[in-house]
Design a protein around this ligand. Structure first.
Ligand code: PLP
Length: 214
């Protein structure tokens, strides 16, 4: 099978499992070459996700699309990320949000990353920290607060975790009604995430193959 056939087959299989037509599929192309992104673009994919600044920059200049950054954020990379990313999913600190707002020369969609357990190794802010972060985003003309993003704790039962994430999101949008989107669900759990209310899923390995790193 050619790489094109392989990607086409995997993409169709993932799409067939997405029962809600309103869900946005972000294809996470991290670690895979620009040639794969090119094929996916020819297959109609427009939303691409990356975890590293250098890699996202390289691919986004080559291929048109809506580029999502969902990796861990390093302060010194934010200015660069603002040049190529259209959407940033992994914001969890006031200083990063302010810095991004200052760096952005166009409107960026942002998601605040929620942590269910406060584990610093996984990133994310706990529910009580979200309003202060949201207020900074709302005060910036360059940032549009799209919603929340969450990766459940490794040991968590996915349905329990996504149910809790959705409940937190509902409470959050009662104060921040524009933050309608919920970015949750990856290759291993996206159907459950959609069931629980995810509007954006970030899927890599089910489409491109399993990665040896990251
Ligand atoms: C790598 C990554 C994904 C995609 O993961 P898969 O299991 O390959 O689908 C989604 N979200 C984040 C934050 C990631 O780091």
């Amino acid at each position: 099978m050619s790489r094109r056939e392989e990607l086409a087959t995997n993409l169709e299989a993932v799409k067939a499992r997405i029962k809600n037509p309103d869900v946005t599929l972000i294809v996470v192309t991290k670690t895979y070459p620009v040639s794969d992104v090119q094929i996916l673009h020819e297959l109609g994919v427009r939303d691409f996700g990356e975890n590293r600044n250098e890699e996202g920059l390289e691919k986004s200049v080559a291929i048109d699309g809506r580029w999502h950054y969902q990796g861990e954020i390093q302060s010194r990379k934010l200015r660069d990320i603002a040049t190529w990313a259209d959407v940033v999913h992994s914001l969890d600190s006031a200083s990063h949000i302010s810095k991004l707002a200052n760096a952005a020369s166009k409107t960026l969609d942002i998601f605040l990353q929620l942590s269910l357990d406060g584990d610093p190794a996984r990133g994310g802010a706990v529910e009580s920290e979200l309003p202060a972060l949201a207020d900074i985003a709302l005060a910036s003309a360059n940032l549009h607060l799209a919603g929340l993003m969450c990766v459940p704790p490794v040991a968590a039962d996915p349905r329990t975790a996504f149910t809790e994430i959705a409940a937190i999101h509902r409470r959050f949008i009662s104060n921040y009604p524009e933050a309608k989107s919920l970015s949750a669900g990856m290759s291993g759990d996206f159907e459950i995430a959609i069931d629980c209310g995810a509007t954006h899923i970030r899927v890599g390995s089910s489409i491109l193959g399993s990665r040896t790193v990251r």
